[in-house]
Design a binder for this molecule. Structure first.
Ligand code: DAS
Length: 334
C-alpha cells in the first residue's frame, strides 16, 4: 500500500545556513525535501507542513501540543505516518511528550541533523530519508513516537542526546535502539515493553514544573520558595536516588505540598526503592512522599509531570502514572 506521509518542519540545524554571526534558520520544508531526491523512489506520497521555524531550544510544550493536534488532523485526512523535523537539542523531551499523548496507530517519527547543510558530511538528508522509510513502514505502526537519526530507530521513552556534536549523538542507554536501517531497509529488532498514554491537556502554560539537580555539598538553596512558584518538582538525585541528609526534611515538606518526583542524575538506570536506609536515601525520601521516577531520566520525568499536572492530576494520580510509565511496576511512593 502506498504510504501517505505528513512532514512537519519545526526548524533546527537541518535547515540552518550562513549568516555573519553563524548559521541561522534558512531552509523551509520544500527546500529540505528537494535536497533528498531519493524520497521520490519511495512508495509514498509526501506532504510538507512548515509548522515552526526556530532552534529547538525555543520550542514550548504548547508548540508540541499544537503539533500533535495538527498531526491528528493529518491522520484524519489519511496520513499513515507522521514525520517531525526539528532541532536535535530538545528531541529527547519533545519526542517523549509526543509519545505520551499519541495513542494512534500511525507512527510519529522525529528526526533532525547534527551537521548543518553548509558542512561536509551534513547528515540531514540521510536522516530525513531514513525517517520517511521508517514512517512509511507498517511494522512501526502502533509504536508511538520514534526517533530516527544515524540509521538507528529509538523509542522516544528511552532516547537521550548523549553527545553535543556527534552524528551518533542519540543513544538509548537502558535498552539500545529498537532497530536499524540496513541498505535503506528499516529493521525492527526489539519492541518497546509497553506504552502508557496520558490525556492531552489543552495547554501547559499555567503549570510550572521545576527541575533541581542535586550537587556535592548542596545546601538546598534552589529549593527555597519553590512551592510558591511551581506546581511540581523533579529532583535529580545522586546515584539510585539520594540526597544529602540535611535536604531530606525540606524535600519531605515540599512533597506534602506538591508532587515531588525523584529521578537519578546519572543518565542511565533506575532509581531504587528500598536498598539504602540512611537519612536522604531513596528509602527515606520515598517514605517522606517523594515519587520514584523509575527509569525515567530527570528531563523525561519533568515532561510527564508537567503534562499530568496540566491535565489536573492530583498527587495520587501522578504516583500511579509514574508507576506505570517509569516501571515496569517500579515507580510510585512507599
Ligand atoms: N540548532 C539546534 C537545535 O535547534 C541543534 C540542532 O538542530 O541540532 O536544536
Amino acid at each position: 500500500m502506498t504510504a501517505s506521509l505528513a512532514v512537519f518542519f519545526l526548524g533546527g540545524t537541518i535547515g540552518m545556513a550562513g549568516h555573519r554571526d553563524g548559521v541561522v534558520q534558512r531552509l523551509g520544508g520544500d527546500a529540505l525535501l528537494a535536497a533528498v531526491p531519493q524520497l521520490a523512489g519511495l512508495d509514498a506520497t509526501i506532504r510538507a507542513h512548515d509548522f515552526r521555524a526556530m532552534p529547538s531550544a525555543c520550542l514550548t510544550f504548547d508548540d508540541i501540543l499544537a503539533l500533535v493536534a495538527a498531526a491528528e488532523d493529518a491522520v484524519a485526512e489519511g496520513a499513515t505516518g507522521i514525520i517531525v523535523v526539528q532541532g536535535t537539542d530538545t528531541i529527547e523531551e519533545t519526542a517523549f511528550g509526543i509519545d505520551l499523548v499519541w495513542p494512534h496507530e500511525p507512527p510519529m517519527v522525529v528526526t533532525g541533523a547534527m551537521r548543518n547543510p553548509t558542512l561536509p558530511g551534513a547528515d540531514g538528508p540521510a536522516n530525513l530519508l531514513a525517517a520517511a522509510q521508517v514512517a512509511g513502514d507498517p511494522q512501526f505502526a502502533g509504536l508511538g513516537c520514534l526517533v530516527v537519526l544515524n540509521d538507528q530507530v529509538h523509542a522516544a521513552q528511552r532516547v537521550r542526546k548523549t553527545h553535543s556534536a556527534s552524528p551518533a549523538a542519540f543513544t538509548s542507554p537502558d535498552t539500545g535502539p529498537l532497530g536499524h536501517l540496513v541498505e535503506g531497509v528499516p529493521m525492527l529488532l526489539a519492541r518497546p515493553s509497553g506504552r502508557t498514554c496520558v490525556p492531552r491537556p489543552a495547554s501547559t502554560a499555567d503549570v510550572r514544573v521545576a527541575l533541581v539537580t542535586l550537587t556535592l555539598d548542596d545546601d538546598g538553596g534552589l529549593l527555597t520558595g519553590i512551592a510558591a512558584r511551581y506546581a511540581g518538582l523533579v529532583v535529580a538525585g545522586f546515584g539510585v536516588g539520594h540526597a544529602p541528609a540535611a535536604l531530606a526534611e525540606p524535600l519531605g515538606q515540599l512533597a506534602r505540598r506538591m508532587p515531588v518526583v525523584l529521578a537519578s542524575r546519572t543518565g542511565a538506570g533506575s532509581v531504587f526503592r528500598h536498598t539504602y536506609g540512611f537519612p536522604g536515601s531513596e528509602t527515606d525520601l520515598r517514605k517522606r512522599g517523594l515519587i520514584a521516577a523509575g527509569f525515567l531520566d530527570p528531563y523525561k520525568a519533568r515532561v510527564l509531570l508537567r503534562l499530568l499536572l496540566a491535565g489536573g492530576a492530583d498527587t495520587a494520580a501522578v504516583a500511579d502514572t509514574f508507576a506505570a510509565v517509569g516501571g515496569p511496576s517500579f515507580g510510585g511512593t512507599e
